[in-house]
Structures are given as structure tokens and as C-alpha cells.
Design a protein around this ligand. Sequence first.
Ligand code: PNS
Length: 163
Amino acid sequence: MKSVLYPGSFDPFTNGHLDLVIRARQLFDRVVVAVAVNSDKRPLFTLEERKQLIEKSCSLLSNVEVVTFTGLLVEAIDDFHAQAVLRGLRAFSDFEYELQMALMNRNLKPRCETIFMMPTLKNSFVSSSRVKEIAMLGGSIENYVPKPVADAVRAKLAAGKKG
Ligand code: PNS
């Protein structure tokens, strides 16, 4: 059974991420979406909230698992029995960061191969940070994220305004 680990912050999970999960299911028997603690970023959603939102967004897709991890990505591929890592490339600007990460991961663990996939054009300009910015400024995010995520972002921002 071939499994791929799709790691990311997913704060929040977007249609671009969903697009990649759907594509990866065509190539792998099992897709493990791995939500990371990213110490550089101050997330809008907790690790567990992000996991639950991905589970809701992928509820109709079989062979998709959602997990969380705290350590190194190269350890997570062993922990979750994956043969490769999946990352999305939207634009040329993503490439340098992704190349560095893929090469570093392979240096840390020679069997760690990274596979890149591109979302469809209409999801190529969607990013979690843009989605949060638009929502915070009162814009509509319905076209960029799955419905459970749009509802949760709205609820989170409303709670933030009250609190
Ligand atoms: O969605 P993001 O924020 O671009 O995802 C980055 C992520 C979580 C994949 C990356 O930061 C990561 O792999 N973190 C785990 C810790 C680790 O292994 N760091 C070394 C990477 S070379």
C-alpha cells in the first residue's frame, strides 16, 4: 500500500489544499494530511481545531486520514508509514522555499522523497494567509475554502471581536 504524507500548517485548510488531497488520492492508496505545529506562526486555529476542520472538509473522501505532529517531518513519515511527502506548488515564488525544505529533509533522511503537485488554476492564488486577511477585513471567503472552514473562520473572528 502506497501512502503519502501531506504536511502543512493548514491555518486554515483551503480549496487549494483540498484540490491537492483529491489529486493525491488518484496516485496513492492512502493520503495522510499531517497538521504541524509551526512555531514561527501564530495560528488562528488550534492544532486540534485545524485537524477537525480538515476531517469535516474531507469527510466524503475515503482513504484520507488527518493527523497532527509536533516534531520533525522526517520522523512523521516513519510514524505514519508514508513512502513520500507531498507539497503543493502554486507559483514560481513557492519554489525556493520548497526546494530547500525537500533537500534538507532528504539530507536528514535519504529515503524522504518529496512530490510536488500543482492545484488547478482557480486555486493557484489561494493561500491561508490571504483567506485570513480577506475574512478579517470583512470580505467573502466562500469561494476559497470548504464550507466548514468558512463557517469556522467567521465564528472565530466574531468570537475574537466579542472577547
Ligand atoms: O503550510 P506550511 O506552513 O508551509 O508547512 C510547513 C511545514 C509544517 C511542512 C514545515 O514547517 C515542517 O515540515 N515542519 C515540521 C518541522 C521540520 O521538520 N522542520 C524542518 C523542515 S526542513
